[in-house]
Design a protein around this ligand. Structure first.
Ligand SMILES: Nc1ncnc2c1ncn2[C@@H]1O[C@H](COP(=O)(O)OP(=O)(O)OP(=O)(O)O)[C@@H](O)[C@H]1O
Ligand SMILES: O=C(O)c1ccc[n+]([C@@H]2O[C@H](COP(=O)([O-])O)[C@@H](O)[C@H]2O)c1
Length: 198
């Protein structure tokens, strides 16, 4: 029987994916000895309603480009292909079916962890996966509000980067080199993304 694997899941809107996401995933992968980290771009992120979110295929392709060179990173389309609002409980139920014997660890930044009690079916989330909260500049990382033993907190190298700031820079004609992977800079340019954003 194959050994039980440890799989990290990094969910995000990735509009665009940036080095804050990649460094967090890489450091958690190393710290927890993960066999694989699966990036899962959201379909329709319901908590970002009212904000312009780029086409799912562009976000998916940027995530593929950004992760392609790392042999333990992969990208899943499950949230995009579900074709409805994205809830992590659905993501984790599907992952549990795909990997029935493996350990699942869901990686979130401090800002997302702060909001987790507002997520759909929050109690079930902690039954489906262990959660890893990572530090993020500007946010306080703590688990006071969360069930004991279900969450681990990890300090990662501080990367004061957000997708919002990347989009704003592109819209102002400023560079995003070294904030996002080179291939993502090229993709944003090729597809003329974010140019009209205010
Ligand atoms: N710089 C960062 N450091 C650590 N974690 C991060 C960082 N940026 C994003 N994350 C985490 O990555 C996940 C996906 O984030 P998301 O795709 O929404 O990017 P974002 O930069 O937060 O976007 P936005 O600016 O639109 O809010 C979330 O769990 C978020 O907390
Ligand atoms: O399940 C929910 O209700 C829920 C609400 C907000 C965010 N999430 C998940 O949190 C991850 C980061 O979300 P975001 O919006 O910061 O990109 C992503 O995987 C989302 O699907 C999940």
């Amino acid at each position: 029987m194959p050994a039980r694997r440890r799989i990290g899941i990094m969910g995000g809107t990735f509009d665009p994916i940036h080095h804050g996401h990649l460094v967090s995933a890489s450091e958690v992968q190393s710290r927890f000895g993960l066999d694989e980290v699966i990036f899962v771009p959201t379909g329709q992120p319901w908590q970002k309603v009212g904000r312009v979110v780029s086409n799912a295929e562009d976000r998916y392709l940027m995530t593929v480009i950004a992760t392609a060179s790392n042999p333990v990173f992969s990208v899943s389309r499950i949230d995009i292909d579900r074709g409805s609002e994205t809830y992590t409980v659905d993501t984790l139920r599907e992952m549990r079916q795909m990997y029935p014997r493996d350990e699942l660890l869901f990686i979130t930044g401090a800002d997302a962890l702060e909001q987790i009690l507002t997520w759909r079916n929050v109690e079930e989330l902690f039954e489906l996966a262990h959660f890893i909260g990572v530090t993020r500049p500007g946010y306080d990382l703590n688990d006071h509000h969360l069930p004991h033993g279900k969450v681990s907190l990890v300090e990662v190298t501080a990367m004061a980067i957000s997708s919002t700031s990347c989009k704003q820079r592109v819209s102002r004609g400023e560079p995003v080199w070294y904030l996002v992977p080179d291939g993502v800079v090229r993709y944003i340019d090729k597809r003329k993304l974010y140019r009209g954003d205010s």
